[in-house]
Design a protein around this ligand. Sequence first.
Ligand SMILES: Cc1cc2nc3c(=O)[nH]c(=O)nc-3n(C[C@H](O)[C@H](O)[C@H](O)COP(=O)(O)OP(=O)(O)OC[C@H]3O[C@@H](n4cnc5c(N)ncnc54)[C@H](O)[C@@H]3O)c2cc1C
Length: 430
Amino acid sequence: MKKCIVIGGGFAGLTSAAYLVNSGCKVELIEASPKLGGRAYSFLHKESGEIIDNGQHLLMGCYIETLKLLKLINALDKIEIQKRLEVKFLKPGFEQHELKTSSAFYPINFAAAVLRYSAISFSERLSILKFFLKLPFLSKHDLEKKSVEELLIRENQSENVRKALWEIVSVGALNTSLKKASAKVFTDVLKEIFLKGNDGSRLVLPKVGLSQMFCEPAKQFIEDHGGKIYLSEKVEKIKVEKGNAVELSTNERKIIEFDYVIFAVPFYSAKKFLPSIGAADFIPQYSSILNVHVWLAQNKFDENFYGLIDSKLHWVFCHGKRINCVISDADYLLLLSDEEIMNMIYTELENYLNIKREEITRYLILKEKRATFIPSREILNNRPDTQTEVKNLFLAGDWVNTGLPSTIESAVKSGRMAADAVASRLEARS
Ligand SMILES: Cc1cc2nc3c(=O)[nH]c(=O)nc-3n(C[C@H](O)[C@H](O)[C@H](O)COP(=O)(O)OP(=O)(O)OC[C@H]3O[C@@H](n4cnc5c(N)ncnc54)[C@H](O)[C@@H]3O)c2cc1C
């Protein structure tokens, strides 16, 4: 039986390992940290006794690969999928504006939802529909050269529309400003979400912590199929001879018995082992996400989440008495003190959700500095492929050339692509 070493226990590595054990390959997964999940995990917050995610993750119906994987590892019951798109957006004073599709046929229901979106004027709603109609026909070459902001201005999306819709969608999905994000990635995402029927735009929320939703079922599946997982073991060196990886050194041992290796680590980590990966101008910049949890004396909200229009907070998720405020593209907050950050949070919560400072009993600030890479025009066409110049070594990770932004779906897709590459080698040999 052929053996594959998977390095990295984030979503990409766990996906590769799950598909490989499922196809009968012997797998060892090596993860440097003491936990699985990489940038998406949960932990016990001792003060409240609650399981909290390192960052609220929002999935979508268009996450085809992720949903397929959750089915494989028997974890579909750990997520909640909306029947149809339904989002409440807030303006100051808890003024609510809904984007909600009805049960009528697609795309009529989608057009009707946009026409009912009361945060903007009727003519602005029509401008959104016109933009959607043009979307499939926009030139790829032209989109590759433009930022999201340049595209939206050219397509007559007023400042009001940009703030009341596009900024929330784009900053949420791409974790960077409209100025920096590539129009090509943005329009590709829009097509996946909105132009492929009702399912793509449904929002998907974990019902439990991310580790319970994904890491634990994935671990169980891998081990039930004979795979082994090693935590707190860091791969430090790789020896390549005649174009093949022949030895891996970790902080604990040397490994020579393997046929294939999948590197499912972040780009900056992979680059240390394989200096030649990626075109010379593939230099991803990263962007941070801040999650601020506040505990309220009382549970005040019926909705699971709200999108905030023209606010420093982009999304607010309600977990009973705990409110999780998500701020994407948050580098500008990293240097502020907790007190300064909380003063901003208090102001926004009071403005938008009528939450008074005295109602807040506790808070927790979680900063993820390198949360995602920025899908800018500069790196768009230079993302490394799964196959490397080392014949038995493949890459996975949200940064690999999946065509998707830095998301769980990209990580899972890359993990499946790497597993497929190994599987096709195995088939070719048999
Ligand atoms: C706060 C936050 C919010 C987010 N929100 C969303 C969201 O709403 N929706 C969404 O789709 N995505 C979201 N993302 C992005 C998503 O979490 C990532 O795209 C995804 O988790 C990346 O997975 P990965 O496996 O590619 O990489 P990682 O998760 O970075 O995993 C790489 C793993 O490799 C390990 N490793 C590194 N070097 C070595 C070594 N030498 N030896 C062994 N192991 C090593 C690391 O410890 C790590 O566990 C968010 C991310 C953050 C941080």
